[in-house]
Design a protein around this ligand. Structure first.
Ligand code: FES
Length: 64
């Protein structure tokens, strides 16, 4: 089985790679089939949560 990995990108999203399902608060799987790498918002500003849409670069998010 492929190991799952999460990287905290500087001033940006979480980059998650591996064999995983991303499930929303309603129990719906929101990860795409066949995709292995996801960027998850941690700035709170994305319009496509839980995924990053690049807003962190505009809203001044600082991760450290
Ligand atoms: S981390 Fe990229 S939009 Fe929030």
């Amino acid at each position: 089985m492929e190991k799952t990995r999460m990287d905290c990108l500087k001033n940006g999203p979480y980059k998650v790679s591996g064999d995983l399902d991303i499930v929303d608060s309603n129990g719906k799987t929101v990860s795409g089939q066949g995709l292995k790498t996801y960027h998850l918002c941690r700035c709170g500003g994305s319009g496509k949560k839980p995924f990053c849409d690049g807003t962190h670069a505009k809203n001044g998010f600082v991760s450290e």
